[in-house]
Design a protein around this ligand. Structure first.
Ligand code: SF4
Length: 380
């Protein structure tokens, strides 16, 4: 028999009003919790939509407590149905708030729920141990106190997440995980890899917090290659917080991006693989890249659709032919790098050359922020 003083066990049938009410479990556990009828109404709408498998579009003003209004029905639904739910935010700040504060607090208040939560960010947020090792041998990092600090941090951090650094390292992209140099399972750091550890945690959790950039990059990948590798593990429900940004993010993810820095980044990296590529080839690729991007760089509004910038058919044909030439030059560069990787006796040179060889150009899908769109096209 349960004593009168014992806490009431949670039941899936328990009404939302009781949970979110002034005397409910949340009021007892969350300091400063205030019962808000609008919050209960929103939670009802989310719960009904989840139960009926249909979308719910809601706008909640300041002070409604929208996070709890969707989290409570979501965790109840997960408890009942199993599977995985994704929460997608626009900002990394809200992502951090959800995973570090809101979700743990809610799950503490409802200890009968056995739900694992995790956050997954885009690859470029994570330190790449292989590239850190490679760059540690390069001249530009010698004597750099920030780089030395990052090397110490690499041995201490559990996450390798750049957000842990209390300074901005201007060359972070040189040591961040990226699809161009990632050797995945062939990498000798694979078992310790921060990015792949985060992916594993995402695969094992029931409640996954991502940002819109990663969510739409994943959606694009699923559309382009059904049944192929994905950035986010399978899920059964999704909540978009800060949803007013998703139109823009979806446009970016499903558009095509021609980035002027993509080729120069690659040639800079190739130049740092000693003896792998004829410097004249790299210089000619950079010159060709400049010619390809001239119409964009000289346009009054470079962020525009291709057909808006190049209107005449003849100009478009000339542009296509330069792109094809650049593409062929990059194909030749890939061959040089493959040969260099095959012939290298030094492991670092072999890894770097083999990692760079499959970089592709163009076109590349736009995917600002998550850095998942280019390279091998096989991100896991
Ligand atoms: S698996 Fe890829 S991202 Fe991870 S350390 Fe190796 S190269 Fe870097």
């Amino acid at each position: 028999m349960t004593s009168a003083a014992a806490p009431k066990p949670y039941s899936p049938a328990q009404r939302l009003e009781t949970l979110l009410g002034s005397k409910g479990s949340l009021a007892a556990h969350l300091p400063g919790f205030v019962h808000r009828p609008e919050q209960v109404a929103l939670a009802h709408a989310v719960e009904t939509a989840l139960a009926q498998g249909r979308p719910c579009l809601a706008e909640a003003g300041t002070g409604v407590g929208k996070t709890l209004a969707y989290l409570v029905p979501l965790v109840r639904w997960l408890e009942k149905h199993g599977g995985r739910a994704v929460i997608s935010t626009h900002t990394l700040a809200l992502q951090a708030q959800l995973i570090n504060r809101d979700i743990p607090t809610l799950l503490e208040a409802l200890p009968e729920l056995e739900i694992q939560a995790a956050a997954l960010k885009g690859r470029s947020n994570f330190l790449c141990l292989q590239d850190l090792d490679v760059t540690a041998g390069e001249l530009w990092t010698q004597g750099d106190p920030q780089f030395a600090q990052i090397r110490r941090w690499a041995n201490e951090t559990d996450t390798g997440d750049v957000a842990e650094l209390d300074f901005t390292f201007p060359d972070w992209q040189e040591i961040a995980a990226n699809p161009d140099t990632c050797r995945q399972r062939e990498c000798r750091y694979f078992e310790r890899c921060f990015y792949f550890k985060a992916r594993k945690a995402a695969e094992e959790c029931q409640l996954l917090v991502v940002n819109h950039a990663l969510f739409f990059a994943d959606l694009r990948l699923r559309r382009a290659n059904p049944g192929g590798p994905t950035l986010i593990p399978p899920y059964d429900a999704v909540v978009f917080d800060e949803a007013h940004h998703i139109e823009d993010m979806a446009t970016r993810a499903f558009g095509l991006e021609f980035g002027s820095r993509r080729v120069t980044q690659l040639t800079a990296r190739a130049r740092r693989v000693p003896g792998a590529v004829d410097p004249a080839r790299l210089a000619s690729l950079e010159a060709l890249n400049q010619v390809v991007f001239d119409p964009f760089l000289s346009a009054p509004q470079p962020e525009a659709f291709l057909h808006e910038l190049i209107r005449a058919d003849a100009d478009r044909a000339a542009f296509d032919s330069r792109v094809a030439e650049l593409s062929a030059g990059l194909g030749a560069l890939a061959k040089d790098l493959t040969v260099a990787a095959d012939n290298a006796s030094d492991t670092t040179i072999r890894d770097r050359a083999a990692g760079l060889a499959p970089t592709r150009f163009p076109p590349r899908h736009r995917n600002s922020g998550s850095n998942e769109g280019g390279g091998r096209g096989s991100p896991c």
